[in-house]
Design a protein around this ligand. Structure first.
Ligand SMILES: CC(=O)SCCNC(=O)CCNC(=O)[C@H](O)C(C)(C)COP(=O)(O)OP(=O)(O)OC[C@H]1O[C@@H](n2cnc3c(N)ncnc32)[C@H](O)[C@@H]1OP(=O)(O)O
Ligand SMILES: O=C([O-])CC(=O)C(=O)O
Length: 371
């Protein structure tokens, strides 16, 4: 047997959902550039779940279904008040909330295609409410119910802040949601597929995926990018800071990627947005600092900025709390995880690779008194 550390380059499944070929990302054949410029998040959700764009009626139906399913069970809201919410990371809270949500869904273990599609809508609708409810309860504020007529992105900001967002804010969040929605067989998506390939239920698959996304080598990097920028403080400190990190063999968060070698095609959209939003809010230094780090790491190590890098300064300029960055990634990625879970169910086989044994052999059991 031969092993490939971290399964690099291993093709583990076929999928019709998204592709990364020659550093270009597509969702069901549509380039990410096209979608980022033109699509609403709801259209992308439909696209990932159906492998085609919706017509007007289908889009309206999905928008309505998402809006109507945003309300949370009372028990879940009470649960947020039952622990020390100030000492809990929102990704841990989200992970537990989704597992708990499954207990309120009488169809949780119903495995028909129709039941799974209904659960898909409920999960996608409620994740926005869960993240925003957590944040508001933590801040000691009243919960805000979603407003009819607002898009998913607008309702997310409305439920988070309690006021209707500006067009620019909605555009920024919509674009971020579109850009993060799916990414082939990344670690969290693979986790969700491994989980449901045992024929476990959708809530379990999503809970497993959230757990994988939380880590700093994956979705957890965006929050850490912002911590790094804050630690650097001023633009002129950026290069000495990253030089020291690299001399200590520490990684620069938001840089590098397992698949992309020339560049992550999502990063340029977030970079553009970061430039615009930081300028608008008089926070140019976060953009300038990010650009300096990006250029330096690219020239020194040949590593590109990934999707997490500029999302940090985008969210910061929107006034979003830093520990909500990864949950926002999750809100978007629910759509991709769900698409992959549905695809896995459609053509399932247990995922069970092998490990090459590298431990001792020919051991002989000795009595405990003789060890
Ligand atoms: C949405 C997402 O999940 S995007 C990724 C988000 N994660 C991050 O931004 C965390 C920082 N980046 C990383 O840790 C990595 O680049 C990963 C995890 C994304 C990809 O990792 P891998 O493909 O396993 O690359 P690996 O960690 O083996 O690194 C290969 C080489 O590049 C270096 N390298 C990779 N990323 C970085 C980085 N961010 N900063 C400095 N050096 C890096 C490694 O030190 C290693 O160098 P060496 O060969 O001299 O030892
Ligand atoms: O694909 C990956 O390895 C990580 C990533 O960029 C994503 O999940 O969006």
């Amino acid at each position: 047997m031969s092993t490939t550390k971290g399964l690099e380059g291993v093709v583990a499944t076929e999928s019709k959902i998204s592709s990364i070929i020659d550093d270009q990302l597509t969702y069901a054949g549509y380039t990410i550039d096209d979608l980022a410029e033109n699509a609403s998040f709801e259209e992308v959700v439909f696209l990932l779940w159906n492998k085609r764009l919706p017509n007007k009626q289908e889009l309206a139906e999905l928008e309505k279904a998402l809006f109507e399913n945003m309300t949370l069970p009372d028990g879940l809201v009470e649960h947020f008040k039952s622990y020390d919410i100030h000492n809990v990371h929102p990704m841990a809270a989200l992970r537990t909330a989704i597992s708990l949500l499954g207990l309120y869904d009488s169809e949780a273990d119903e495995m028909t295609e129709e039941a799974n599609k209904r659960k898909a809508v409920r999960l996608q609708a409620k994740v926005a409410s869960i993240v925003t409810a957590f944040s508001r309860i933590r801040d000691g504020k009243e919960l805000i119910q979603p407003k009819q007529g607002l898009s998913y992105a607008a309702n997310f900001l409305y439920m988070l802040n309690g006021e209707e967002p500006s067009d620019l804010e909605v555009e920024a969040i919509n674009k971020a949601l579109v850009l993060h929605a799916d990414h082939e067989l990344n670690a969290s998506t693979f986790t969700s597929r491994v989980c449901v390939a045992t024929l476990s239920d959708m809530y379990s698959g999503i809970t497993a995926a959230i757990s994988a996304l939380k880590g700093p080598l994956h979705g957890g990097a965006n929050e850490r990018v912002m911590s790094m920028l804050l630690e650097i403080g001023e633009v002129e400190n950026a290069i000495p800071y990253v030089k020291e990190k690299m001399a200590n063999k520490e990684k620069i968060m938001g840089m590098g990627h397992r698949v992309y070698k020339t560049g992550d095609p999502r990063a340029k959209h977030l970079k553009k947005m970061s430039k615009e939003l930081t300028k608008k809010h008089g926070m140019e230094k976060w953009y300038e600092m990010s650009e300096k780090i990006e250029e330096f790491i690219k020239s020194e190590k040949g590593l590109p900025a990934n999707v997490d890098f500029y999302s940090a300064s985008v969210y910061h300029s929107l006034g979003i709390k830093h520990d909500l960055y990864t949950p926002i990634f999750a809100v978007s990625r629910f759509s991709g995880w769900i698409a992959h879970i549905l695809e896995q169910y459609e053509n399932n086989r247990l995922i069970r690779p092998r490990a090459e044994y590298a431990g001792p052999t020919k051991q002989v059991y000795t009595d405990i008194d003789e060890r």
